[in-house]
Design a protein around this ligand. Structure first.
Ligand code: GAP
Length: 451
């Protein structure tokens, strides 16, 4: 299975397409780049936004028991003391004394030889390397002004637990969700946007009373997340839900599942779903001395709720959509010629462009004007793009960026007000009344009724 995936698509093909079509660029490219940071181009920015919107829709908007949150990236340093990040969030690493390159100890297959320069027995003693990014707050750069960029968004939710439940008038079971940037000074960033130093997380912290329902709630969230990946078209054969063993889980966690995707280099984690007991709220209550217990009005009692967490990386998920959608295949162009094409089979909600509108001729003002008017009319309801020129090239380009439908305005449009609609996946073309176009697309893109 792993070798089949490696031959289906290579990371070189994905990175080349991502750059060629404007999905993802190396950060600060004109200065030689900076390792572990990436920029999202015009299509990539929309792709990532669509992925986040799809998560937000399912996790927050479609539920009456989850509220939104948006905490600051820099928090009081004691937040990271309480959470354990200041003391135990590190990788063990060694440096090669000859080439000065740094390696994660657990990534080294052979500790006797440097994989980069080949020197023998050249490593320093293993040292702990904290993954949090340090900064200074205010004008003084001394120990009193040290702060950290958050390595996860979750802690902002925990420290605000009381503020949120009191103001939102929520009672466990209920959840708090946020999407935001996190930073980790990864020693070995790599695999494109998979392991990076600046990334976005979508985290749900779901609080439940300790009344025996917690494992049921954990399973419900696992099922919901499973359905989400499936609804948005991620191939079931390339996705697995790996149940962590007792030995693999942190000591405080009661259950844990890693959602993994089969990338061209092997299985990689997209999301972790965990039953974290009362660990996080307890840790903040202990260090801050403040009460974060829930006060139950009905029973007039205080208790610390249990916590179910779902934490997904949005950059990894966007990369997964890109890889999973990718296909190379032979197709037949409008002239009946067989052509090789690259196609991204994005789900319509994930596709950066949903409908491209073309004028068949660049130099015919009447066609251009009509095509632009049709694109403008569709724009409030769909993600559209206008283009013109050679139809074969236009189709190739839209296939490569995963646009589900292309609409072509040609000479016949001026006579009978019909347009040609071509489907990305079937490559079939249909003549559709321009007046019916919106209903036609809505039906196919969203499943809305045909009439
Ligand atoms: N609050 C729990 C938490 O942060 P995690 O397993 O450390 O758990 C959750 O991170 C998700 O965040 C991962 O499954 C991954 O998708 C994403 N993530 C973590 N480190 C990352 C990195 N260096 N680059 C890209 N995504 C990362």
């Amino acid at each position: 299975m792993e070798s089949a995936e490696a031959t289906r698509v290579s990371m070189d093909e994905i990175t080349a397409l991502a750059k060629r079509r404007g999905f993802i660029f190396q950060s600060s490219e004109i200065y030689g780049g900076i390792n572990g940071f990436w920029d999202y181009g015009p299509l990539g920015a929309v792709l990532k936004r669509n992925v986040k919107n799809a998560w937000w829709r399912d996790t927050v908007e479609l539920r009456d028991d989850v509220v939104a949150f948006d905490s600051s990236i820099v928090m009081h340093p004691l937040v990271w003391k309480a959470s354990g990040h200041a003391d135990v969030f590190h990788d063990v690493m060694v440096d090669c004394k000859v080439c000065k390159h740094r390696f994660r100890l657990d990534h080294l297959k052979n500790r006797a030889q440097c994989p980069d320069c080949g020197s023998k027995d050249s490593f320093t003693e293993p040292r702990n390397f904290n993954l949090m990014m340090k900064t200074f707050v205010g004008p003084m750069e001394d120990t009193s002004s040290v702060a950290y960029l958050r390595p996860e968004t979750a802690q902002g939710i925990f420290v605000n637990f009381k503020n949120v439940y009191q103001t939102a008038r929520k009672k466990p079971p209920f959840g708090i969700a946020q999407i935001g940037k996190s930073f980790r000074n990864e020693i070995t960033p790599g695999n494109f946007t998979f392991r990076v130093r600046e990334f976005e997380q979508a985290e749900l912290e779901y609080f439940v009373p300790d009344d025996g329902r917690d494992m049921g709630v954990f399973r419900e969230w696992v099922d919901r997340r499973k359905r989400w990946y499936s609804d948005y078209g991620i191939s079931a054969e390339r996705l697995r839900f790996y149940e962590l063993t007792d030995a693999e889980r942190p000591h405080y966690a009661k259950a844990g599942i890693d959602v993994e995707y089969l990338f061209p280099w092997g299985w990689g984690e997209l999301e972790s779903i965990a039953h974290r007991t009362t660990y996080d709220l307890d840790a903040h209550m202990n260090l801050s001395g403040k009460d974060l217990k829930f006060f139950d009005e009905a029973s007039k009692s205080h208790y610390t709720p249990l916590l179910i967490e779902s934490s997904a990386g949005m950059d990894r998920t966007a990369l997964t959509f890109l890889i999973d959608a990718y296909e190379r295949e032979s197709g037949v162009d409008p002239n009946g010629k067989t052509v090789e094409r690259t196609v991204l089979r994005f789900h319509p909600s994930i596709a950066p462009v949903q409908a491209a509108v073309f004028s068949l001729a660049r130099n015919r003002e009447d066609l251009v004007e009509r095509a632009r008017a049709i694109e403008k009319a569709l724009r409030p309801n769909f993600r559209t793009q206008y283009d013109e020129g050679n139809i074969g090239q236009l189709y190739r380009r839209q296939d490569e960026i995963g646009t589900p439908y292309c609409v072509t305005i040609d000479h016949q449009t001026l006579d009978d007000a019909t347009v040609t609609v071509r489907g990305r996946d079937s490559m079939l073309q249909e003549r559709v009344q321009a007046s019916q176009l919106e209903t036609y697309l809505r039906h196919r893109l969203t499943g809305a009724p045909a009439e």
